[in-house]
Design a protein around this ligand. Structure first.
Ligand code: GAF
Length: 363
């Protein structure tokens, strides 16, 4: 019997939301919350998955790890074994034990963290070295598990963020070309802190809202005669019916905001970066309609309390918001958010850290 431990962080997305499945630009960074998966080989072809945080254990065989074989939380772990086999890997029978500090359903990539930790653990079991080429292969494998086995029609942002990031840097991802580049984030040197607030409003990427937005974008691109919205321009959008025009306007303007954010970070122009974050939120709330009252309240309260900018992060419909805050104002912002939530009758939010973190790796 051999044992291998895979570890994968969660992520926040600094900017570039709902652009990945539109061949667009994203700028995520990993967070200091992680999922570990301890994988132990078996003498037979059976598979078991146990989580210290979630539901009933799942048991089956390597042949029953595919679409339709699994339901619930275990899908994200088991589906990776199926996708690895589909990619030609000689996966052994294995017992997987999942342990995680990534908040679940908070838009912080808890699903991708399970997938990527399983993939990395299996990499260790079969004796392969985690090169940058193999990391990219695992992005595709984990994405396949999520879309085909778990049934979440996501775009690859989360798996790319957690497998390809470098410590202390955000990762600029161009989903049209597949190119990635590190973008240093010297927030600490600039006296700034990225505040992360989990609204505790749970969301699921399989519940229809996410897929409906994706369908709208595909319909908009088709109506414009384009392979994706990446090459659409604002004047093009006049030809679309109002709902599709609004969805596409978010995508077109969000790609521009990612480019402007990278420029602002390079110029250490934090005020402009803050404005871009807030503009991203406004667009997600008004044009893409994926925000919710709790996320909006974090954003407005953070801005009123001294944040340079704030926005929801991740898929939306709940989950987490981020705010770029002068470090001496962090406590005041957090307190103001707590007070505003209590006054609105919302359940208390959870304050998280966004300190330095690294990509998924062997534990
Ligand atoms: C979720 C999805 F998994 C990502 O692929 C991405 O679309 C994101 O929502 C929105 O930017 O995290």
């Amino acid at each position: 019997m051999a044992t291998s431990v895979g570890r994968s962080p969660g992520r926040v997305n600094l900017i570039g939301e709902h652009t990945d499945y539109n061949d667009g630009l994203c700028l995520p960074l990993t967070i200091p919350y992680a999922t570990t998966v301890t994988a132990t080989t078996r003498a037979d072809d059976c598979v078991s998955v146990t989580s210290r945080q979630q539901g009933e254990p799942w048991t089956g065989t390597l042949a029953t790890t595919g679409p339709g074989d699994v339901t619930g939380w275990a899908t994200y772990a088991v589906g990776v074994l199926w996708a690895l086999q589909q990619a030609g890997w000689d996966v052994p029978g294995v017992d997987l034990v999942v342990d995680s500090t990534v908040p679940i359903g908070a838009g912080l990539s808890s699903s991708a963290a399970i997938e990527c930790a399983v993939a990395v653990a299996v990499t260790g079991l079969v004796g392969r070295t985690l090169t940058s080429e193999l990391r990219r292969e695992l992005v595709a494998v984990c994405r396949r598990a999520e879309t085909e086995v778990a049934g979440a029609p996501t775009g690859g942002l989360d798996q790319s963020a957690v497998l390809l990031s470098s410590p202390g840097a955000a990762l600029l991802i161009d989903f049209e070309t597949g190119a990635t580049r590190d973008v240093d984030l010297p927030f600490g040197d600039a006296g700034l802190t990225l505040v992360v607030v989990d609204t505790q409003v749970s969301h699921a990427l399989t519940d229809g809202g996410y897929g409906a937005r994706r369908d709208d974008c595909e319909r908009a691109a088709k109506a414009l005669g384009l392979p994706s919205l990446r090459r659409a321009t604002l004047p093009d959008l006049e030809r679309l019916e109002p709902r599709l025009r609004a969805r596409a306007r978010h995508v077109v303007t969000e790609n521009a905001r990612v480019e402007a954010a990278v420029t602002a970070i390079g110029a250490r122009d934090w005020s402009s970066l803050g404005d871009l974050l807030t503009a991203s939120h406004d667009s997600l709330r008004d044009d893409y309609e994926v925000s919710c009252p709790e996320l909006d309240l974090v954003v407005t309260t953070a801005l009123e309390s001294g944040a340079l900018g704030a926005r929801m992060t991740g898929g939306g419909f709940g989950g987490t918001a981020i705010a770029l805050v002068p470090t001496e104002r962090v406590d005041a912002v957090r307190r103001a958010v707590d007070v505003a939530f209590a006054a609105a009758g919302f359940a208390a939010p959870r304050h998280l850290d966004a300190g330095p973190s690294g990509p998924a790796d062997l534990g």
